[in-house]
Design a protein around this ligand. Sequence first.
Ligand code: ADP
Ligand code: MG
Length: 680
Amino acid sequence: MNLNDPIGTLRGIGPKKQEIFRSAGLETLEDLMLFFPRRYEDRRHVTALRDAEIGKDVLVEAFVLQKRYSGNPYKKNTPLSVLIDDGSARAEVVFFNGRYLAGLFETGVTYAFYGRLTENMGRLQLIHPQFAKAGSPEDLRGILPVYPEIKGVSQKEIRRLQAEIAPLAAELPEWIPEDVVRENRLASPSYAIENIHFPEDGRRVLVSKFRMVFEELFTLQTGLISLKRGNAAVGRGAVIDCSHGDRFASELPFELTEGQKTAWQEIRADLASTRRMNRLLQGDVGSGKTVIAEMAMYAAAMSGLQSVIMAPTELLARQHLKTFEQDLGSRGIRCVLLISSMKKSEKTEVLRAIEEGEAQVVIATHAVLQDNVVFRALGLVITDEQHRFGVDQRRTLSAKNGEANVLVMTATPIPRTLAVIYYGDLDVSQIRTMPAGRQRIHTAKAGKEERRKVYEFAEKEIEKGRQVYVVAPLIEESDKIDASSAEELFKKLQRFFKNRRVALVHGAMKPADKDRVMAGFAAGEVDVLVSTVVIEVGINVPNATVMIIENAERFGLAQMHQLRGRVGRGSEVSYCFLITDSESDLALQRAEIMCRTSDGFEIAEEDLKLRGPGELFGTRQHGIPQLQVSDMLRHADVLEKAQKAARTVLERDPALTAEEDRGLRDKVIAMFGEHLSLDL
Ligand code: ADP
Ligand code: MG
């Protein structure tokens, strides 16, 4: 028996069972060993029936007084009633598939029963409890692990399999360096595994879990830190003369905010050094990240280097092009657009311009990742709205030129602790201040019966010359269905806003059509824009002052925050209405948070509390290893300890080549190997 063996090698596991385990993510004996109980049932103490609490799970020990069928004993599903007595009281044990069980009980013999105690017409009952002959090998006593449910596999079976592979745990070697073990008082891996599956008391479970969580986070942190160092060490970064960026800023019609200034100083220091920049710039929608990007790109161009900004949609790329042509084009910088929907002849020309270095600033979608795009001297790569790109894509782009500095911009603020984990290979800058004069967006929740009032309010705004967004409900992650719901809403709104220009844009439309509608809205030719979430990212129409979100309960906080960020971009007071009838706690809490604050970082922190980090990010997409036993929120304190330990070890042995660090090195490579190339 070996940890890498498939589960199918275990006794009683055929191909069918193996497939069930596989679809639950368990393939090897090691996976099974790391499949930890969700909770434990404490069955160490027998309760007297007289003292037992109704509605609680109890372990009782009682002898059988009599057995009785309450129906035709020859029918298969006849209930069986067993009367038991433990000396303190009597109770009735009921089984529904009685015929099969009847033979298992002998009157006058003592059994242990475990189950929920109920009461029926003054009589104590145990419905379908677990049971075993007292003192038999299957005795129910002890602390019993309860595993996450796998359909088609019983708890009993999982416990049996855990018992079968238990000897493997004894062979697990300690691989964490000795000083770290000592400093953090870590239990050994064999002790930990044994006590997680077969605990003798609660304290041992805690000590054991700590060990397992620590080892996972320790491995993660070691990987992330060395990743970051590797980037820094390998990546000689193109040097950019940032005084040009300073000048650009001084010529702007406004002064940079404090947050922008700090961010620029950090970026500036990276760009001016020979170390390659690898930085994440976080800032709310409208906090002025684009200006910072322009400063950096202008400085790059003036230093004789090309730069590219990659947007997640063609719409956004086009919008950026407009801004960049205005701001950089006017200063003699040649900006080009590269998107997949371009005409072939156009594309050929753009590719040529990029290859020959004529194109100084490239605004692109993921089309720029293709092999046929060759830069002459790429010095800076910026990705906008990072959450749409994975780590791998980011890397592909920077790999096109080893010296290209990397800046990742995101409007989905992430609490700093988490940013360190999810973007562990990046340095982090934050813009937490908004440009002066930016109005707080008045936000209110409205029930469906108040929808009319909301529309009437919107009508008044239109009268004043403003524009309105209405976001159609999110039905599911299918463009088609979302589109049809948007169309329905569109028709309704056309009827309501009879004399207004109402337009529709949704994800199933052709890009060109989408762009046409959006352009019309931007030009003020449309009063009410009905859309699905395609407009979520980055559209800038300062004259829009009302955002109406239908079925707000279907949107996450981050998404609503993004949507709300579409308004309040001009000097006028803006409004956001969350329309929902949902009474669910989550929906109410989210609405309450939205109404209370507009600070994206605060919203992100609340979101994290409500949902937990896994759901918030979809870790897999980010190329960060999937964690098996840890939960970053609950284990924040362990995370800190693990990070500290990782730092200490890497400082002492940067490439982890010493004998005592080999085990760690293997673990890190096993965790990261598939995703990222480590420079260990
Ligand atoms: P982001 O990309 O972070 O969403 P933008 O860079 O698009 O934000 O900025 C939103 C708007 O605010 C733009 O019209 C921009 O010109 C303007 N802006 C940026 N920085 C400032 C500032 N410091 N003061 C005033 N307006 C600013
Ligand atoms: Mg932006």
